[in-house]
Design a protein around this ligand. Structure first.
Ligand code: NAD
Length: 397
């Protein structure tokens, strides 16, 4: 459970509300059977989890494709979505889906599995119970496959623009991370972003766009790592050149001087942004972190014990439910657009993400100052207050 005793006491959460927040609303546990050209017949595990639907339906959350994703992780990610959507004040419940298959599968094989998955959960999608989006290992291409199965634009967000995707949605999470980093530098480090050094883990959707927008705002991205390895340059990495390198070679490794993922977390940088997988900041490396600020681009990159170590070391951390919420904020606009048929442009998407995130950042900061708690506890407490308010409105508690 994300809430700890301090937050529960502070918000005054009743036993009944706590029991509801502590359980999972629904789990779909299914097998996908398909014939993959490169592999022959395969059977692959897939899950859909609705953690809490008080602010829905729909439950909202991305679909992860990874060979090591588990049901437990999918539940944790759905729980994160419950608090993230509440903190952003969106009328969505928290959900998540996963397909236990390698994210490195060729696009046609991914499409086959995703199509089978969409068949399996067809009723969830067309009834409006669940709205999908990309997560680790999936992209607008797979969202297009899902749209191809349902022919309903509101079933899935993060689609390519040509089939009703929102201009700016693709980069919205990374854009939001950059907005939050800039504000956190101002408020928590008392510094302009320009000239601050940044280290980023992950150069996929979230990490690469965060790097682009941070560089544009004058930050110096000095280190980037991913599943292939990493690169470091004290003069700053040219992000557009790195993107070309990754497009050609499939990963960051080989671009300039090598840096391992372990070394990244010990690097002397101002700002550290984990934007890849979960549980990378642990009790083993939290004591070695030299960054002055940690901003969670990924979901759940910091283990609980590591969180406490960072707190004790007075290293501020902006939590996932705030820092990477740009994607779901933009997804709400895409979902609305699918229903209304209206259109918008990239600048409007950026502006919405910026406005919503800065408002949530201010609320979180004010609450944390008022109650002398960390940004994570503050964000969770604010979200929990909203969730409980809605539970009362609906007569759940
Ligand atoms: P992605 O698949 O586009 O990229 C993942 C990146 O992580 C790649 O660069 C990959 O090489 C790297 N990676 C994978 N395994 C690694 C490992 N063991 N060590 C180091 N790096 C590794 O995924 P994404 O969409 O950018 O998602 C990244 C994180 O952000 C996830 O935690 C996801 O849940 C979260 N997130 C994504 C979105 C979104 O809109 N895509 C929104 C909110 C949160």
């Amino acid at each position: 459970m994300l809430l700890d005793d301090e937050v529960i006491r502070l918000v005054g959460i009743s036993d009944r509300a706590l029991a509801i927040l502590g359980e999972t609303d629904r789990i779909i546990d299914t097998r996908l059977h398909a014939h993959l050209p490169g592999k022959g017949p395969v059977s692959v595990q897939a899950y859909v989890v609705y953690h809490n639907a008080v602010r829905g339906p729909p439950c909202k959350g991305g679909i992860r494709m990874s060979s090591d994703v588990t049901l437990q992780e999918t539940i944790q990610l759905a729980e994160i979505m419950t608090y993230k959507t509440a903190l952003m004040d969106l009328p969505f419940g928290g959900g998540k889906a996963s397909i236990v298959a390698g994210s490195e599968l060729p696009p046609q094989e991914k499409a086959t599995l995703v199509r089978e998955f969409a068949h399996k959960i067809r009723n969830e999608l067309i009834s409006g119970a669940y709205v999908l989006a990309p997560d680790m290992g999936t992209s607008p291409r797979e969202m297009a496959v899902i749209f191809g199965e349902t022919h309903m634009r509101e079933c899935v967000t993060g689609k390519p623009v040509g089939i009703g995707g929102l201009p700016g949605r693709r980069e919205a999470t990374g854009y939001g991370v950059a907005v939050v980093v800039e504000q956190a530098a101002k408020e928590l480090l008392n510094s302009e972003l320009s000239g601050l050094t940044v280290g980023v883990q992950g150069f996929g959707n979230v990490g690469s766009w965060a790097c682009t927008f941070l560089s544009e705002r004058g930050a110096k991205v000095v280190a980037v790592t991913d599943a292939s390895g990493g690169a470091v340059s004290r003069d700053g990495i040219d992000i557009e050149e790195l993107k070309k390198h990754v497009a050609k070679h499939g990963g960051v490794e080989g671009y300039g001087k090598h840096l391992s993922n372990e070394e990244l977390f010990k690097l002397d940088v101002d700002i550290l942004i984990p934007a890849a997988i979960g549980r990378v900041i642990t009790r083993d490396n939290a004591g070695d972190i030299k960054a002055r600020l940690v901003v969670e681009g990924a979901n759940a990159p910091t283990a609980k014990e590591a969180d406490e170590i960072l707190s004790r070391r007075n290293i501020p951390l902006v939590p996932d439910i705030l820092a990477n919420a740009g994607g779901v904020v933009a997804s709400y606009d895409e979902w609305m657009m699918a229903k209304s048929g209206s259109r918008t442009n990239k600048e409007e998407t950026y502006s919405t993400v910026r406005t919503v995130l800065l408002e949530a950042f201010k609320e979180t900061l004010d609450y944390s100052s008022a109650h002398e708690i960390s940004q994570r506890k503050s964000a969770l407490a604010l979200a929990a207050e909203r969730l409980i308010g809605t539970m009362e409105d609906r007569g759940w508690v």
